[in-house]
Ligand binder design. Structure first.
Ligand SMILES: O=C([O-])C(=O)C[C@H](O)[C@@H](O)C(=O)[O-]
Length: 418
């Protein structure tokens, strides 16, 4: 199935004033939507980051796609590598390892792979999960992703979530989120207030929701001694402790003292990071993310590696829209080793670029879409609006992904650490 063209649309959507170690989200999150035009009128959809450096690299890769076969994923991968000025990688680490150690290549290829697999599914009349080997589960569990939050938005907008800066307000936020979506586990974004306050918040959540597994993620906002203190205090309370401190070495020091597993989406972010993390026994859970782990198939392959080394697998999320949620659900459903509830920012979003109805939460989980490909339909009007918003927001947008990219390593060097 020949690729005829590729249309990339950057979009912006409202992001509420959620707090993290870097500051505050809002007013907008940026994403990009890819339409891969193929023979027979088939259009494959993909979604990824919307920051300018990413769009520039992706644009170079898209220009080389026309004429290639949407079923030939190795050729698409090689084309991405060549377009971005890399030799096709066949080094001693093998194609997957070499390719995915380069985060730009892995992220640029990922959105193209998602769109190609959506097109393949549409051509064959099967859902993407079947192209990934079939369903290990019918529904994918997600956790309630809680944030400390301001009430007022910088641009005067308001939302009905209100302020959440105390343990009581976070418990209220959890109550509403669990009531509305049925989530069976809870993650708190930390690294905002003093660790003592954040521990008290987790303890308040544990009292209010004794059946719900709990996680806290300060995005490396703590030193090793603080992380060990927190791990001791919350031993027996947390399901896992996510990225308390930067780097594999620091995580390993904390892991030696912690009763709960340490999880990460910051110190193990590519296949090249797995060997040192295993050697140092630094992490017990890896948070996958197909957007930077080299696509859906490599994310599934990560499950196999985690199995090999006795590491658990969960899933990370940035602010995202419906095409990404669909891709996350398909790959999570196809990956048997992914046994933890996944992260999603979904409850915080008020706009989307897909038609509603396919992705709905029941008891905290989303059923795998059954339609061909990803099973979601683009809403062209909403896409146009979201693109207008992108064009209008200019530099006032929070460049979510640049923020994510800065994690490793410059991000971790520049934050204030408790
Ligand atoms: O470590 C994580 O889970 C994330 O980085 C997810 C999100 O990007 C979160 O930190 C955010 O958006 O504030």
């Amino acid at each position: 199935m020949k690729i005829l063209g590729a249309q990339l649309t950057p979009v912006a959507f409202d992001d509420p004033p959620l707090l993290n170690v870097m500051g505050v989200h809002e007013p907008y999150a940026l994403r990009s939507v890819l339409r891969l035009q193929c023979e027979d009128g088939i259009v494959g959809l993909g979604e990824s980051y919307g920051d300018a450096p990413f769009l520039e690299q992706l644009g170079k890769a898209l220009a080389a796609l026309p004429g290639l076969d949407a079923f030939d994923l190795p050729a698409l991968r090689d084309s991405v590598a060549r377009s971005l000025g890399h030799a096709v990688i066949t080094d001693a680490h093998g194609l997957i390892g070499g390719f995915s150690a380069n985060k730009t290549l892995a992220s640029v290829y990922s959105i193209i792979e998602v769109a190609a697999m959506d097109a393949q599914g549409k051509a064959l009349g099967v859902p993407v999960v079947d192209l990934l080997g079939g369903k290990a589960r019918d529904r994918v569990d997600f956790s309630a992703y809680l944030f400390y939050k301001y009430a007022a938005h910088q641009n005067g907008r308001t939302d009905d979530w209100g302020e959440a800066v105390t343990p009581e307000q976070i418990v209220e936020q959890a109550r509403r989120m669990i009531g509305q979506f049925g989530f069976g586990s809870i993650k708190l974004k930390g690294g905002v207030f003093a660790p003592d306050v954040e521990c008290a918040t987790i303890e308040a959540l544990a009292d209010a929701f004794p059946e719900h597994p709990l996680r806290i993620d300060p995005n490396t906002g703590w030193t090793v001694p603080t992380s060990i203190e927190v791990a001791r205090r919350l031993g027996g309370v947390l399901e896992y402790l996510e990225d308390p401190t930067p780097g594999i070495e620091g995580m390993a020091q904390v892991a030696r003292e912690a009763r709960m597993p340490l999880a990460t989406n910051m110190c193990v972010v590519s296949f090249a990071d797995i060997a040192p993390a295993v050697r140092e026994r630094a992490v017990g859970v890896i948070l996958s993310d197909h957007h930077f782990w080299g696509g859906l198939r490599d994310t599934s392959a990560l499950g196999t590696l985690c199995d090999t080394f006795g590491i658990g697998l969960s899933m990370h999320s940035n602010s995202h829209l419906g095409i990404s949620l669909a891709a996350m659900v398909h790959v999570a459903a196809a990956t048997r080793q992914l046994t933890y509830a996944c992260d999603t920012h979904w409850p915080w979003k008020t706009q989307d670029i897909i038609e509603p109805g396919v992705l709905t939460f029941e008891n905290g989980s989303v059923g795998v879409p059954t339609g061909p490909g990803l099973g979601v339909v683009l809403d062209e009007d909403e896409l146009a609006l979201a693109h207008e918003r992108y064009a209008a927001c200019g530099q006032t947008a929070r460049d979510d992904v640049t923020y994510m990219r800065q994690y490793v390593p410059s991000f971790t060097a520049n934050i204030k650490r408790w």
